[in-house]
Every structure is written in C-alpha cells, then in structure tokens.
Design a protein around this ligand. Structure first.
Ligand code: ASP
Length: 318
C-alpha cells in the first residue's frame, strides 16, 4: 500500500516563541509537500518521483533549512548537501557543499542517474551539474534575513566566548521524504543547508548513505535530521536497517531505539522511516521535528512538537 512521510528538520522554533500564524505557515508548507508527493503516489507513480516532488516542495519553501532559506557557513557562504536513494536498485546519488542548483535534490538525482558515481562535491559537482538539465539560481535567491541574523548572532557569541543558548531553530534544520509506491518500491531523499556557522567544507550526514539517507526495498527507507556528526559516527540509517534485518525488530522499535541511543551521545534530532508495509515511524529526541505523513485513509497529518497531529487535506482541516 502506498505511504509517504516527510520532515522539515529537527531545528524547530520553541513552542513559546512560535506564534500561531508562524505555526500555521509551517503546517501549510508541510501539507503542500505531502500533497506534492501524494499526487505522484496516488496516480501510480514511483516512490523515487514522490520523494523528489515532496523534497522539492520543501526546498522551495524558505521556512526550512534547505535550498531557499538555507543556513550560512561561518564564512557567510551557502554550502548545501542533498541525497536521494532508490530502494528498488539501491542506486544512489548525492551532492555536498554546492550552491547554485535551485533544487539540490534534483542535483543529487542527476548524480545518481547520469554521473556514473555516487557523491560529487563543491566546484566539481557544480561543473557536472551545469552539463545537466538543472536550473541554477543566484545566491540571493537562497538568502533569507532570518538565516543571516542567526549567523551574525552565532559569530558574535563565539567572539564573546558566551555559552551556546541558541534554540534548535537557530542551529540547524533539514528536509526529507520517504515513500513506498504501489509496486512496493521504497525511496528516500534528504536536503539541507547543514548547521548554522558550520566550518566551510564541513559535510553532514545528509549525503552520507547509511547515515542520513538510505533506501532498500527489502528493508526500509530512512531520512534523518539532527547533529550530523553523530548520525555519521553511529551510521544511523544503516543501524535501523541492521536491526530490522538481523535483530527481528519492528520499524517503530528500531527507529525509536536508534534515536534514543543517539540522543544519549549528543545526537539531537530525529528521522522518518518507511518499512515494507505498515505506517511510517517518525521518532525524534529533540524538542520537535517538523513532520507529516499521509495515513492509509488519505488524511494528511502534520505536527511540530509533541502536540497531537493536525489532520487535514491540502485545502482544509478534517
Ligand atoms: N543533519 C544536518 C546536518 O548535520 C542538519 C540537520 O538536520 O538539522 O547537516
């Protein structure tokens, strides 16, 4: 049975600071991304295309830290990472440290489909992508005042040697999607600007297969968000797959167990995971995770913190 889950990252605005209109905007953006992916799946389309459509929608939305609205490095530049994986074939493609493609997820897909390799970085990736059917945008397109403010605050804090009291929203964020199509194929996609004021050249878990992104029809599809270094060191997505495959665990236990263990070693964040059947799992150990899924009855569910899910369609609540 078709199924779809998305996330807009674990970098959520604290409940107290989130005014209702801003919360509504996040829910609407999540619903739009669910609608984009669900339209593909419900028309009999491939999980890979559903994931691509959902992630593109989230990338185009400046509320989230990916593509438009991405965070800045400590040098004030934009360096984006993205990855996509096809569970049917275990084909995979990723980009790291790029700025230019309007939709880094399409860049990752071009790497998967046309480069003959799996991961391209920086200027080499951008040169390759210019030979592909990829739309480029100037850096102003991706730039938002909110992310510039977050960078300047963090640089001032570092210069003053003050303790880090930033909210998750000022630190990081990511977008991602996992899907299962009518043929039972799974796919995962993830896209991020990374961590605010990250070291230039730093690459997070997003484009590392088995860490931030993974899909295999025989096991599961996973897209992660959070402190990428920990997700890489503990091979978060591969660990979930291993528990499903070798330890006989169910999706909720495997995904929730890994997120709880990462939290204990400083890995703040969450993930979305899709199994071969049944509903997705969306665990997180952070204060929140922008997230959504479509239930078997076609109703969209979206949430930010630990409140009950809002239920609705693209147009209206139900
Ligand atoms: N995982 C991302 C990274 O480390 C950031 C995030 O998801 O918040 O680049």
């Amino acid at each position: 049975m078709i199924s779809l889950a998305i996330h807009g990252g674990a970098g959520t605005i604290p409940t107290a600071a989130l005014d209702p209109a801003f919360a509504d905007a996040h829910h609407a953006a999540l619903r739009a991304a669910l609608a984009a992916g669900w339209a593909v799946l419900s028309a009999g389309g491939a999980a890979l295309d559903a994931v691509t459509a959902a992630v593109m929608s989230l990338e185009d939305e400046p509320l989230f830290n990916a593509a438009r609205g991405a965070v800045f490095t400590s040098a004030g530049r934009l360096e984006m990472d993205a990855a996509i994986m096809d569970g049917a074939t275990r084909a995979a493609g990723a980009v790291a440290g790029i700025c230019g493609p309007r939709n880094p997820i399409l860049a990752a897909r071009a790497v998967m489909e046309h480069s003959g390799t799996v991961l391209l970085t920086g200027p080499g990736a951008e040169d390759f992508l210019r030979t592909q059917d990829i739309v480029f945008m100037p850096s102003e397109y991706f730039t938002t005042q909110r992310r510039l403010d977050a960078l300047n605050l963090e640089l001032a804090r570092r210069a003053a040697g003050a303790p880090d009291t930033r909210s998750d929203a000022d630190r990081h964020g990511t977008v991602g999607a996992v899907a299962r199509d009518a043929a039972g194929h799974l796919a995962a996609g993830t896209s991020t600007g990374g961590m605010t004021a990250k070291l230039p050249g730093r690459v997070g878990d997003t484009p590392i297969f088995g860490a931030g992104t993974f899909a295999d029809d025989a096991i599961c599809a996973v897209s992660c968000t959070g402190t990428g270094e920990v997700f890489i060191r503990f091979t978060a997505a591969a660990e979930i797959a291993a528990r499903l495959r070798h330890a006989g665990q169910g999706l909720v236990a495997a995904a929730g167990g890994v997120i709880a263990e990462l939290g204990a070693v400083g890995g703040d964040g969450g993930l979305i995971a899709m199994g071969r059947d049944g509903p997705p799992a969306l665990p997180f150990n952070s204060s929140g995770m922008y997230r959504g899924f479509v239930a078997a009855n076609g109703v969209f569910h979206t949430a930010i913190h630990r409140e009950p899910y809002r239920r609705g369609t693209l147009q209206a609540p139900v």
